[in-house]
Design a protein around this ligand. Structure first.
Ligand code: AVI
Length: 323
């Protein structure tokens, strides 16, 4: 099976000049932090593709396996001739599995990067000639209108990859509520969620032997140097990923190897030796905790599928009627 998953996460990077503001604000906080949405420039997206192929990084291949092996059951949870709305339409590998197994009336990929989106849309039109494809260029974390052509179709949302795990719980709830409002009453949402597991497995997935995750993490400093005229010395920082039990999340950090001062756009960031920048959280859920999060956001859990080893989960949620 092809597990090569080219992903654009530009949908997480609204390119509105907020990069500079966010970086300066994040590095002025204690503890220092940077948003994971800034990982995904061209080089970062390529490094993420490499991560998805690493032997230690199980999420991508495990989710693909669930979508393939449980395709018939997933299809049974989806109404026929629905409009499939994908939140963040980077890789088509996963959506192709849904399109092959279910009969959809239309496909609506939603992404902030219009060029990328249109490229992916034309590839899908060629392979699924009977499928109507209506790309929408929008930041899917904020409300947007669905195309009028799909107004009367049942709606199915798709949010794979455990991208929801990179949101703090309040952001995850905000996303689920917004998806609920966009898709409307009676809609279904298919969402991929990484599961809590043995800490060593998690540790290795985010501290791979080949060091690709470290390069991915450090690349955000190279991006700050390039786009914001920063002067980070990348060899002055090291990658670290640790599991925070209390918060059920892997935290990625960049740790300063020495006391140093870095300049970004006239701003000075001073680091103590050993001081960290928190660059990403990747939350891991139990099925019950994810179901509770969904319920508190207007969604009723309908079905859950996992792989035989219980590493990853795919959930079908149904929009509860509003009172
Ligand atoms: C995109 N996201 C779900 C990945 C994750 O596992 O949280 C990003 C990633 N970070 C390090 N490795 C992969």
């Amino acid at each position: 099976m092809n597990v090569h998953v080219p992903v654009s996460h530009e949908h997480l990077d609204p390119k509105d000049g907020s990069f500079a503001k966010d970086v300066v604000a994040g590095l002025s906080q204690q503890p220092k932090k940077l948003s994971p949405k800034y990982f995904y420039d061209e080089k970062g997206s390529k490094l993420f593709e490499q991560i998805t192929l690493l032997p230690e990084y199980y999420p991508t291949r495990t989710e693909l396996r669930i979508l393939r092996d449980r395709g018939a059951e997933i299809a049974a949870a989806i109404p026929p001739n629905a409009a499939l709305v994908e939140f963040g339409a980077g890789a088509t590998t996963k959506v192709r599995l849904l399109l092959q197994n279910c009969s959809f009336g239309a496909y609506v990929p939603v992404d902030i990067s219009g060029d990328f989106l249109n490229g992916q849309a034309s590839a899908l039109r060629e392979d699924f000639p009977n499928l109507a494809v209506y790309p929408v260029t929008a930041d899917f974390t904020t409300p947007f209108d669905l195309p009028p052509e799909v107004k009367d179709m049942p709606k199915v949302g798709f949010f794979p990859g455990s991208t929801i795990g990179n949101f703090d719980p309040h952001e995850a709830r905000a996303f689920l509520r917004s998806a609920r409002a966009i898709l409307g009453d009676g809609a279904t949402l298919i969402v991929g969620v990484d599961l809590e597991k043995d800490e060593r497995v998690l540790h290795d997935a985010y501290n791979d032997a080949a060091g690709v995750t470290g390069k991915f993490n450090l690349n955000v400093l190279a991006r700050i140097n390039r786009d914001l005229g920063g002067n980070f010395d990348l060899s002055g920082f090291r990658h670290s990923a640790i599991y925070n039990h209390a918060r059920h999340r892997i935290e990625m950090h960049l740790i300063s190897r020495k006391a140093q001062t870095v300049r970004i756009l006239g701003h000075k960031a001073t680091f103590r030796s050993g001081e960290t920048i928190h660059t990403e959280s990747s939350y891991k859920y139990s099925i019950e905790r994810f179901a509770a999060l969904a319920r508190s956001s207007g969604w009723a859990p309908r079905a859950t599928w996992t792989d035989p080893d219980g590493m990853f989960s795919v959930h079908a949620l149904v929009a509860e009627d509003r009172d």
